[in-house]
Design a protein around this ligand. Structure first.
Ligand code: 13P
Length: 291
C-alpha cells in the first residue's frame, strides 16, 4: 500500500488543509529515521533527495531502500527527486523507481522552462505512476532572498502559473513566494502570503487540482509555517534543518564519547535526534494521523 506518487497524497492534503512533510535526506540512516517517525505519527511522507546525494548514493540504491522500507510501512510514502535541472537525470531517477520528480528549469527563460518541464512530465506519464513538480519564479538561495523577495518579477506570477501548468501538464507546482533555501539572514523574511493565496484560489478554489509546494522550510517561525499551510501549501520542504540535526548530533555524540570506536552507537544517536526533529515538523504541519 505504501509506495505512492505525490499527487493523490497532496490532493488529499490540499482538500483537508494540512501539509505533508517533504524531508531531504543524504544517507540511508536519515531515510530510515524519517520513515520511523512518520510511521509512529501515522503521517503521509515524502522522502526527498537532491541531485548530489542522489548521484553519490545512486538512484537504484536509493529506490531499492525506499521500496523495501515503504512496502512494509502502513503509511503512504513517496520518493521525490528534488530540484533537478537535468532532464536526463530526471529520466534516470524515474526509471530507477522514484515516484515524484521535480524538474527545476525555473532559471531558464519561460519558454525553455515550459519545454523542459513538459518533456519530463510527458516522460513520467508514459513511464507509469510518477507525478511531476515544476517551479515557476525563483526560490532563491538565502544569499539572494531579500533581493528576490523584493523583486516582483522573480516571484511566481499567478496568471502565468495557470498557463505554465496547462502547457506543461505538471501535477504539482512550486510557486516562488519569497521563501529561500538555507538559514534566513533575517528573523522575519519577507514572504508574499497574498500571492500564495491568489495562486491557491486559481487552482484549488472549487476542488483541489494542483497542489502547491512551499520550499525553504528551514528557519521559518512556527506561526509562519502554520499560515503557509492554512493558505494552501500542501507539500512542505525541509532540508537544511535536518542537515544541522545530523551534523550536530554526530558531533555531540563523538565529543561526549571520544574514547569509543562504535559507529553503530553514533548512528543510533543521530537517528534518534532526527526522529525527534521530524516529529516536531509533522505536528507543526498538521499531517499526524492523516495517513
Ligand atoms: P531548506 O534547506 O531551507 O529547508 O529548503 C528545503 C527545500 O526547499 C528543498 O527543496
Amino acid at each position: 500500500m505504501a509506495i505512492v506518487n505525490a499527487k493523490e497524497m497532496l490532493l488529499k492534503a490540499t482538500k483537508e488543509k494540512y501539509s505533508v512533510g517533504a524531508f531531504n535526506i543524504t544517507n540511508i540512516i536519515q531515510m530510515e529515521a524519517v520513515v520511523e517517525a512518520a510511521v509512529e505519527k501515522k503521517a503521509p511522507l515524502i522522502i526527498q533527495t537532491s541531485v548530489a546525494p542522489s548521484k553519490f548514493l545512486k538512484p537504484n540504491v536509493l529506490a531499492a531502500v525506499y521500496r523495501t522500507l515503504a512496502e512494509s510501512a502502513p503509511i503512504p510514502i513517496c520518493l521525490h527527486l528534488d530540484h533537478c535541472t537535468d532532464v536526463d537525470f530526471c529520466r534516470t531517477c524515474a526509471d530507477a523507481g522514484y515516484t515524484n520528480i521535480m524538474i527545476d528549469a525555473s532559471k531558464q527563460v519561460y519558454e525553455e522552462n515550459i519545454r523542459q518541464t513538459k518533456e519530463v512530465a510527458d516522460y513520467c506519464r508514459r513511464a507509469g505512476d510518477i507525478s511531476v513538480e515544476g517551479e515557476l519564479g525563483t526560490v532563491s538561495g538565502v544569499e539572494d532572498q531579500i533581493k528576490v523577495a523584493e523583486d516582483e518579477a522573480a516571484l511566481c506570477d499567478p496568471e502565468t502559473a495557470v498557463h505554465f501548468v496547462e502547457e506543461t501538464g505538471i501535477d504539482i507546482l512550486a510557486p516562488a513566494i519569497g521563501t529561500a533555501h538555507g538559514i534566513y539572514k533575517t528573523a522575519n523574511p519577507k514572504l508574499d502570503f497574498d500571492r500564495l493565496k491568489k495562486i491557491f484560489n486559481l487552482f484549488n478554489a472549487e476542488e483541489p487540482k494542483v497542489p502547491l509546494v512551499v520550499h525553504g522550510g528551514t528557519g521559518l517561525k512556527p506561526e509562519v509555517v502554520k499560515k503557509l499551510v492554512a493558505l494552501g501549501g500542501s507539500k512542505f520542504n525541509v532540508s537544511t534543518d535536518l542537515k544541522h540535526v545530523l551534523i550536530d548530533s554526530t558531533f555531540e555524540y563523538i565529543s561526549a564519547n571520544r574514547e569509543q570506536y562504535n559507529p553503530g552507537k553514533i548512528d543510533k544517536a543521530t537517528k534518534e535526534a532526527i526522529i525527534k526533529r521530524i516529529n516536531y515538523w509533522i505536528e507543526l504541519l498538521g499531517c499526524a494521523g492523516k495517513a
